[in-house]
Each structure stands twice: as structure tokens, then as C-alpha cells.
Design a binder for this molecule. Structure first.
Ligand SMILES: *Cc1c(COP(=O)(O)O)cnc(C)c1O
Length: 279
């Protein structure tokens, strides 16, 4: 069962012990350090790559330890996990003076929106079934995994009905692996124009998952192609494309390649929290 792990772990748990806190703190510091080194090695400006902590299977206490260690963006894969953790995360963040994700819209917004370092974006990085859209929109401010016009239109309709604008990264299946979602690379530019034009959405960039191979050239070719696609879209002048800047690419094992190829967001789980006990 895909979600069987939820029976084994209380994802709403808010208290973790000192040893686990230290593990996560060290993990965050190590990853931030690795990002800084990768930026320097590829001649990129310091701070140009943001760290998103991929928090699937981690509980509220573990995620807050990562935030306390310097994480300023989080991403969940599954609507059920968002439901289990969101209230605890929002409350814990508020205690530290942070607003989290779309909940900032609901809070008295001036304070949460003006101090940009006081806001922690909350992304959905996994697939979203249409019947779960209403469940996640109160919490996430960016959906990274939009791979078709139909999906985009469904999200857009819900956003318009709620009088909100949802940030979107379009997912592209650069590796062509059947296990991966996202649109075809050669359809990406046209699809991006259609998504960018939808009311209720703001296209903020592109996302991909690196090829599942050991070969550096193959992995980097996919990342480089996504960057080229982003550049084409951004230069196009098509309606709604002016904010299509982000390149969400790079995970624990291919982060350095992604930074070298222009990533602006790396999504890291294992290197922060350790191996996942459940899939
Ligand atoms: C789990 C996950 C990550 C992080 O993977 P790690 O290898 O644990 O760093 C990044 N992106 C997506 C979409 C994920 O599902």
C-alpha cells in the first residue's frame, strides 16, 4: 500500500529528541554548505540557489528542526500528508514569527507578506489528483507538478473560485522515463504558453526530476534542456510568462549537476533527514 507508512508514524508529532534534532541540524548545515560550494564552483552568485526541504514521511517536529536550522522552503508530495501536518506546522511557524504557504493569505496579511524573510513557501512537489485540489489550496502556495493543460485548467478553476492566484511550476519529463510524470520536452514551450495564459495561475518556472542513471552527461543534458526551455519561454513575451524564472531541479544525488546547469531550487530530502524508513 502506497500510504501504509502513515499507519506506522504519527506525522502530526511535534516533539523529537535531541539526537534527532542534531542529526537534522547537521544535515541542513551540510546541504547549505554544499549548495554554496556548488554555486562557487560554477561561478554562480552566492544565494542564487534556494533549498527546498522535501519533507515526505517526516513529522512536524522533524520539519521544524529543519526550519530552525535554516530551511526556508518546504515541499510535500501527498495531499494526505499535508492534511496531517499543516495545522501543526502553521502554528509552530507562527510561534517563530513565520507565515507558512497559502495560510499567509488567511492571516492578517500585512505582517506576513511584507517581511519576505518571514514567509516560508509551501510547495506541492508530487502528483495532484483533481479530487484533492480543494484539500491542498488552503495550504500550498506553489504547485510544482503540473504536467498537462487539463490539470492546469482544473487548478485554475478552483483558484478563480477562491479568488486566489496559485503559483505553478510546469513539470517536464526530461529523462523520458516511463515512471516519471510531466509533459514531453518537445511540447513544453507551447504548453507553458497555454498554462501561463490561465486566470488564477501564475507560471513561475519549470521543474524536472533528474534521469535515474549514473551517467553525469545524461543527467546534465536533461537539466540543460530544461534551462533552455525556460529561457525560450521567458524571452517569448507571451502573456503571463514574465515570471517564469525558476528551475526546480536537483535532489540529494544530483544537486551539484543541477546547480552547474542553472537550478534555482534544489529539492532535498535524504541529505537533510537521512534515509526514508517508508517509501
Ligand atoms: C522525495 C523527492 C525529492 C527529494 O529526494 P531525495 O533524494 O530524498 O533528496 C525531490 N523531489 C521530489 C519530487 C521528491 O519526491
Amino acid at each position: 500500500m502506497m500510504t501504509a507508512y502513515m499507519d506506522h508514524k504519527d506525522l502530526a508529532n511535534e516533539v523529537i529528541d535531541e539526537a534527532r534534532t542534531k542529526e537534522i541540524t547537521d544535515g541542513v548545515h551540510r546541504v547549505l554548505d554544499d549548495i554554496a560550494k556548488a554555486e562557487a564552483a560554477s561561478g554562480r552568485e552566492s544565494g542564487s540557489v534556494k533549498l527546498l526541504a522535501a519533507t515526505k514521511t517526516r513529522d512536524v517536529g522533524e520539519i521544524m528542526a529543519a526550519i530552525d536550522a535554516g530551511v526556508r522552503m518546504i515541499g510535500e508530495n501527498r495531499p494526505q500528508e499535508i492534511s496531517a501536518k499543516a495545522e501543526g506546522l502553521i502554528r509552530q511557524c507562527a510561534q517563530r514569527g513565520f507565515s507558512l504557504g497559502a495560510a499567509a493569505n488567511a492571516q492578517n496579511s500585512a505582517a506576513s507578506q511584507t517581511a519576505s524573510n518571514g514567509h516560508i513557501p509551501f510547495h506541492l512537489i508530487g502528483q495532484l489528483q483533481s479530487n484533492k485540489i480543494g484539500k491542498v489550496l488552503p495550504y500550498v502556495d506553489i504547485i510544482e507538478s503540473v504536467g498537462s493543460l487539463e490539470e492546469a485548467q482544473k487548478i485554475a478553476r478552483r483558484a478563480v473560485a477562491r479568488h486566489i492566484v496559485v503559483g505553478v511550476l510546469m513539470e517536464v519529463n526530461e529523462s523520458g522515463e516511463a515512471s516519471k510524470s510531466g509533459c514531453e520536452p518537445d511540447e513544453a514551450v507551447d504548453l507553458a504558453y497555454q498554462i501561463a495564459a490561465l486566470e488564477g495561475l501564475q507560471l513561475q518556472g519549470l521543474m524536472t526530476i533528474g534521469a535515474h542513471v549514473d551517467d553525469e552527461k545524461t543527467i546534465r543534458a536533461g537539466f540543460a534542456h530544461l534551462r533552455g526551455t525556460r529561457d525560450t519561454i521567458l524571452k517569448s513575451g507571451e502573456p503571463g510568462t514574465a515570471q517564469c524564472r525558476e528551475l526546480s531541479m536537483g535532489m540529494t544525488h544530483d544537486m551539484d549537476y543541477a546547480v552547474a546547469e542553472g537550478s534555482t531550487i534544489v529539492r532535498v530530502g535524504t541529505a537533510i533527514f537521512g534515509e526514508r524508513a517508508f517509501i
